[in-house]
Design a protein around this ligand. Structure first.
Ligand code: MN
Length: 242
């Protein structure tokens, strides 16, 4: 084989490698479109919430479900540069100003991104009961901690189909329990969310199957009350976003 021929073959192989590499690069881009929003790191290991949620559920929920909300949100924002620069809570509070052709996808996926970002933050704890100012607010607004839990679980278990139970908090520190379907959030009404529980089946089905009340009862074992108290203080200072 002449040197020229070898070079030609090498060049052809290199060209082929480029052709093969290109679709892979495109596939990666399609899986993770660049955009203003990104998947937050999980602040603990997948097995940290084992007292209520198995590690596999945590991993799939974060790596695939939450990531899909982020990717779909970024894709929907691709041709809307003014919306790209809006903080998520502002985008969700002003959905009526979002162009109609992307409004539903931004509502569902922006809501999903906000809800899950909050959800990971307020878990990873050891349950128990809150203390200090937050405990006083719960007593003031619900009577006592057990009544608060009962009200919250009734909202979570009573949500027909997919959705969330939330505790909202005002700037004055007033608390209320609400439920919302799908990935809706009180952020869409300009409110602030102190904490919430995901009652989509993907959040609990591997361990609990159809037994949602068992999941919502166990969930309190992994609430991080120190984190919830931080969010409460931030809400009163006007610093709580999502
Ligand atoms: Mn979820």
């Amino acid at each position: 084989m002449s040197l020229m021929h070898r070079r030609a073959l090498f060049g052809a192989a290199a060209g082929l490698a480029t052709i093969w590499a290109a679709p892979r690069a495109l596939a990666q881009q399609a899986a993770a479109p660049s955009g203003p929003h990104s998947l937050p790191q999980l602040p603990y290991a997948f097995d940290k919430n084992e007292a209520a949620i198995d590690a596999r559920t945590m991993e799939v929920h974060w790596r695939f479900h939450h990531a899909a909300y982020v990717n779909n949100l970024n894709t929907a924002l691709r041709d809307h540069s003014a919306l790209q620069s809006m903080p998520l809570e502002q985008l969700l509070a002003n959905l009526n100003q979002v162009p109609e052709n992307v409004r539903t996808v931004i509502r569902n996926n922006g809501g999903g991104h906000a809800n899950h970002s909050m959800f990971w933050q307020i878990m990873g704890g050891a349950g128990g009961e809150p203390s200090g100012e937050l405990a006083q607010a719960i007593t003031r607004d619900f009577g006592d901690f057990n009544t608060f839990k009962t009200r919250f679980n009734a909202a979570a278990n009573g949500q027909f189909g997919s959705g969330w139970a939330f505790v909202t908090v005002t700037r004055e520190g007033r608390l209320a329990v609400v439920a919302r379907p799908n990935q809706d959030t009180p952020l869409m009404e300009g409110q602030r969310v102190l904490m919430g529980n995901d009652v989509w089946e993907h959040a609990y089905y591997l361990r609990y199957q159809n037994r949602r009340p068992e999941y919502t009862a166990a969930w309190w074992n992994v609430v991080d009350w120190a984190k919830v108290a931080e969010r409460y203080a931030a809400a009163k200072a006007g610093r709580l976003t999502i």
